[in-house]
Design a protein. Sequence first.
Length: 130
Amino acid sequence: MTTGIALVPYSGEENEPTPGGDGDAAFGSGAVAGNPVLPCDRHDDCYQTCNSVKADCDVAFHRDMSSVCEGVTGTYSATVPDLPGFVRELERRAICRQWSDYYFAAVDTFGGAAFNSGQENQCDCVCPPS
């Protein structure tokens, strides 16, 4: 049996939570302008900081997401397509950690254009005369 997964019956009655949870995002959204507080905001800020190092930004992004995951609790219920009437109970922390790995792999592999664009926009600035 895989750690963090348990199959439980799901009756589908109105008083039972619906499989799929409430749709909340693992990493949240939004931030106060000029004060990035969430992993994605800090990652964007790093990409847009002149002379930053992409690998450092990406590793910090993964670390920030992992830190968020440490505070995640509870379970997530998902229907089991091959077993009608059952749901799979997954630990939200394990799901969060898996998604943090996916997001890190994505920015590490495909984030070069975004990083280069952020560097071009921030480092090639010609400041007006004082």
